[in-house]
Each structure stands twice: as structure tokens, then as C-alpha cells.
Ligand binder design. Structure first.
Ligand code: ADP
Ligand code: MG
Length: 256
């Protein structure tokens, strides 16, 4: 390959936003020679590799922006431990059909059953599929919105929660909200309605949400929108956090 041509390819690749191609031109050239590739196979290789690199970069950037607390996957979730949970329900969610449909998913159950783990795993999958994701706890979202409202920046802060394709609202119901706080949550939920997905986790059933939102009218308005187009998965089983402790107790009892 002449110096002139390789320089021109590097310049063109940079203009097209393909820095990897610019960097690995010699390597590509070598690989094509070695495998005695035809022109089309070579073009196919270059384009496929550039796309894979771009997708991976976007995925990693998306994960950084998502504020997910960790990046656990469904492969790390032990379905055998949670025997009453039908794995098919979670695997259906993992197809992300609900995200495509801008519908919602609710994971309900007591502490430690893996609600956050599953919400995160679905989010990582959504991120890999190219959806933007943002993770927050309900309390943190309310706190952020209140601060922004006090500073006259409510609309701009609301956009943080309205823009992503998937908004994860973790830990709904741990703290009861005041009326003004519930109203902020209502704004997020009503503005996202049929525009983007929410994955929420809660230790309360929907029927207990009246207490969470402190105001029956607001709770009803929220419940009017959320469970509509919502896959609800109730996980009613043992806490995984207690798993090792329970195993230890069992061991001790067997010894005694
Ligand atoms: P929750 O949100 O329901 O309180 P978490 O998702 O925070 O529970 O789970 C608590 C811890 O236990 C996390 O580290 C999570 O990864 C792990 N965990 C929960 N359930 C399972 C499971 N069935 N298999 C593997 N790890 C699990
Ligand atoms: Mg949790």
C-alpha cells in the first residue's frame, strides 16, 4: 500500500468518525494479505469490526451515564434459590419487548429477593441493545427534583428522568412521601406515560401505594397510568442476603 493511499484512508476514516480504522489500517492490510481475502470479504470484515467497536463504545458510555449501582446480569441470578419465581417471566422481560413498546415493568417483593439485581440485569441488556438507561432510587429522584424546584430549575431536572429510554426507579415505598413530593413523582410518571419505559422495584403491593404517596387522589392518578401496560412480577420468597446465614444455622443445627 502506498504511503499516499494509506495517509488518505486515515484522513478519510477520521472524517467519517472511524478512529479504529485509522489506527489499525496496517493490521487490516496484513490480515487481508494473510487470508488472501477477496474485496467484498475484506470490506465486510472492516465494516463489521468498525460497527462492533462503535457498539461496544456506545454500550460502555451508556453504562457510565446510567448510574447503575453495579452491572450484574441474569446469568448471575440463581433461579433455583427463588423457586417460586418462574424464570420464564424474567426471560420474557429480558427480550426487552416491553422496552420497545414503551411499557413498564414492576418487580415487587420483600427485601433481598433480587429485585434490584433483576432491574439492573434488564437495564444492562437494554443498554447493550442501544437504549439509554438511567437508574435512581425513588427517594433520590424526589430529593433531586425538590432541590431543582427550589432553585427554579425543575424543568431541566425533569428532563434527566424523562429523556432516557428506560428509567429505573428503585425502592418505591421504603419512605412515605409528602403530597408535594408525590406530585413530583406524578409529573415524571405522567410525562413518561407511553413515551418511555419505567422499571420499578417496590416492597409494597400496588394496593399499599395509597400509604406511600400519602394522598389517595395522587396515588390513584399514578396507579391509573403505571400498571397500565405494565408487566408485574411478584417475588415472594427467601432473602438471598440471608442465604449464607441460613445455611450456617442449618449446619449448626445438624451438628447439634
Ligand atoms: P432487593 O432489591 O430485592 O432487596 P437485591 O437485588 O439487592 O435485593 O439482592 C441482594 C443481594 O443478593 C444482591 O447482591 C444480589 O445480587 C443478590 N441476589 C439476590 N437474589 C439472588 C439470586 N437469586 N441469585 C443470586 N444472587 C442474588
Ligand atoms: Mg433493592
Amino acid at each position: 500500500m502506498s504511503e499516499l493511499v494509506s495517509t488518505r484512508i486515515r484522513t478519510t476514516a477520521a472524517k467519517l468518525g472511524l478512529p479504529h480504522l485509522a489506527e489499525s489500517l496496517n493490521q487490516y492490510d496484513g490480515r487481508a494479505d494473510e487470508a488472501k481475502m477477496g474485496y467484498l470479504d475484506f470490506l465486510d470484515l472492516v465494516l463489521a469490526e468498525e460497527l462492533a467497536i462503535r457498539d461496544d463504545r456506545r454500550f460502555r458510555q451508556g453504562l457510565r451515564l446510567s448510574k447503575l449501582p453495579h452491572h450484574k446480569t441474569l446469568d448471575e441470578y440463581d433461579f433455583a434459590f427463588q423457586s417460586e419465581l418462574d424464570p420464564r417471566k424474567i426471560k420474557d422481560l429480558a427480550t426487552l419487548a416491553f422496552v420497545e413498546a414503551k411499557a413498564n415493568a414492576a418487580l415487587l417483593g420483600p427485601p433481598g429477593v433480587g429485585k434490584t439485581h433483576i432491574a439492573v440485569a434488564l437495564s444492562v441488556a437494554a443498554c447493550r441493545a442501544g437504549f439509554s438507561v438511567y437508574f435512581t432510587t425513588l427517594d433520590d429522584m424526589v430529593r433531586q427534583l425538590k432541590v431543582a424546584e427550589a432553585a427554579g430549575r425543575l424543568n431541566s431536572k425533569l428532563r434527566t428522568y424523562l429523556r432516557p429510554g428506560v428509567l429505573v426507579v428503585d425502592e418505591v415505598g421504603y419512605q412515605p412521601l409528602e403530597r408535594a413530593e408525590a406530585n413530583l413523582v406524578f409529573q415524571v410518571i405522567s410525562k413518561r406515560y407511553e413515551k418511555g419505559s419505567i422499571i420499578l422495584t417496590s416492597n409494597k403491593t400496588f394496593s399499599e401505594w395509597g400509604q406511600v404517596f400519602g394522598d389517595e387522589v395522587l396515588a390513584t392518578a399514578i396507579l391509573d397510568r403505571l400498571p397500565h401496560h405494565c408487566d408485574v412480577v411478584s417475588i415472594n420468597g427467601p432473602s438471598y442476603r440471608l442465604k449464607n446465614r441460613l445455611a450456617a444455622i442449618e449446619r449448626d443445627t445438624n451438628v447439634a
